[in-house]
Design a binder for this molecule. Sequence first.
Ligand code: GTR
Length: 337
Amino acid sequence: MLHPGRLRAASTAVHATIARGTLALATLLALPLAAQGAEIRSADIHPDDYPTVQAVRKMAEEVKAKSNGRLTITVFSGSKLGSENDSIEQVKLGALTMARVSSAAMHNICQNTRVPSLPFLFRSVDHLHKVLDGDIGEQLLKACEKAGFVGLAWYDSGSRSMYTRNKPIRTLADAKGLKIRVQQSDLSVAMVEAMGANATPMPMGEVYTSLKTGLVDAAENNFPSYESAHHYEVAKYYSLTEHTMTPEILIYSKRQWDKLSPEDQKILRDAARDSVPYMRKLWTDREAKSRAIVEKAGAQIVEVDKASFQAAMKPVYDKFVTTPEMKDLVQRIQAVQ
Ligand code: GTR
């Protein structure tokens, strides 16, 4: 049996422990989520060695170092977390924190993201970089905030060209009547329809089989996607239409973002920005490497009468550049030298 004195001492000690525990719990609850340490999950449909995946991994290293290990980013590559649209839905809900997606996947959610996908808008990669690195790029990164997405960075995606199963496209007339797979965006549908073709929107994961079985006659993408998704095995004519330079975007769940301290928001923004030059270097190398791989495997790279495609795109601008803000964006982009 405990002596009453000892009992009092013991009970005081117990109270102190409980008080300390309560205090610790209260402090923990009062802290923003990430300050307690947080695992940020990020999705990408591309395989591990793809430049977008590597770039987010690079960003993760900087975030971890600058936050002293409090913030960790884990990248789930190769569609492990579903299609692009699945990831976007999860990011909106806050169930998933981050995703690297094509900005075309955001077209129907926040319409200003359509602007950098407009056909033949950019004169060169240099023009695209100048626009995305400047005020317009910043403005467009904010375009989806009201819809629940914080834009952290733009990544390169080269230009998209048409590829066909049966015969090459050389002029606009060759595209007429073809069934062409496009990204799930109204603008992408309209672009292909303005070429006189029939658009079939579907997720990237279904394209290989659709080309193989002849459900579609053609698709369109850049060299690295054409190669890494093995589309060159089932559609060997790659025609250099280079009709759009839709960039990739890194999106962060607004719900999760608002729980972060300003310091952690800065760490994430800076690290995303710092990963861009690294990504661009990887991208240039990968474009050349992918082109070499597909050519070696027998794909034919076809020169195209680009002017005939460009001339057909006016209705796309008329239909999609509708608000004063979009008109202003297009004009400012065209004016960038
Ligand atoms: C790629 C892009 C992917 C995906 C794909 C597609 O270029 O990197 O995110 O959007 O195109 O065509 O679905």
